[in-house]
Design a protein around this ligand. Sequence first.
Ligand code: NAD
Length: 367
Amino acid sequence: MATKRVVVAIPAPPAVSYEVIIGSGVLNELGARLESLLKPRRVTVITNDIVWEISGTRLTDSLNKAAIDFDLVSIPDGEANKTMETAGIILTALADCGAGRTDPVIALGGGVIGDVAGFAAAIYMRGVPFINVPTTLLAMADSSIGGKTAIDLPAGKNLAGAFHQPGLVISDLDLLTTLPDKELAAGRAEMLKAAMLQGDEFLAAWRTGISDALGGDLGVTEDLLERSVRYKAGVVAADALDMTGRRAFLNYGHTLGHALETLLGYGQLGHGAAVSIGMAFAARLSENAGLGVTGLARATEELLIEADLPDRPPALKAADIIAIMELDKKNLAAEITFVLLRDFGRPAIQTVPRALILSTLEEFMNG
Ligand SMILES: NC(=O)c1ccc[n+]([C@@H]2O[C@H](COP(=O)([O-])OP(=O)(O)OC[C@H]3O[C@@H](n4cnc5c(N)ncnc54)[C@H](O)[C@@H]3O)[C@@H](O)[C@H]2O)c1
């Protein structure tokens, strides 16, 4: 299995470009790649105890081989700790370690570690180099690319943050062997979302490869992951600061997904399950709104089932769901903005009348 390399090239301004290295065993190359990229005096590694237990020895060996000293900051696990308080712990540790303006921060972990460590790197001394070593499938496919860093506030998720692109992303597939099924499903859902948004060759490769990937074929997983990363890299290059609407396509399936997570309580329904159900709903809504081609909802359900992802909603009241959506969108008007599909590969952002959302939700809840 050859190592894959994707370049994220953001044209302007300021122009930035960085490599995403994907493959089995690529964590071992971290030290050498860092040395040739930045020649760092020292680095600070931000992780948590779970991830350090799994990957700490390999990271240490890799940095030692390149003669790079490091300080380790282990933060508490989980979304509940993606907070200003945790960012403060990291910033204080950076200062205590004597980290300077050219000393990189390395995030070793899932999307939570990447988001909060990236945020600290964005604001420490007004920005220091940031290296992302994602260890979950979701972080490899999605959150490690594109430079969005964030913390949650009591008022909502990702409410504070900064754009701060990494200088390098190292995605080692070997780390996925310890990942729980629920976390793998979360990554798979985001990858399938990218395949549906891209359509064409990516979706064809997905249909051909998904059962082998589920059966443990790392080569196929690597191929699908590389395609997801290329897709996200293209979107980010076209709309790095989330200004033109292109990057908003990445929220496909997330409007209902977020509402389900909120209604059921975070952690009850996995993020992957929530987004999967959200995509099944968005496809049905696309058809009902007269935008999506006939058969889109059925084809979406088939793709979800093949990928061992849920396509049916939990038993909830449609009126409760729509109330959360309205709150989430801070939109109490008669319509809500959705990412819909004309067909696979042809996303559109459209406002949908409340009455149509409600009737489609009722139809969706009832089978
Ligand atoms: N910045 C972005 O563009 C972006 C995009 C999508 C999502 N996100 C954010 O990403 C976060 C979700 O990330 P996530 O799904 O990676 O969750 P996570 O970071 O909470 O990781 C999930 C769990 O897996 C554990 N873990 C990590 N690597 C492991 C491994 N190799 N083996 C076993 N366990 C491992 C973690 O400790 C954690 O308990 C959310 O906060 C979300 O807002 C950000």
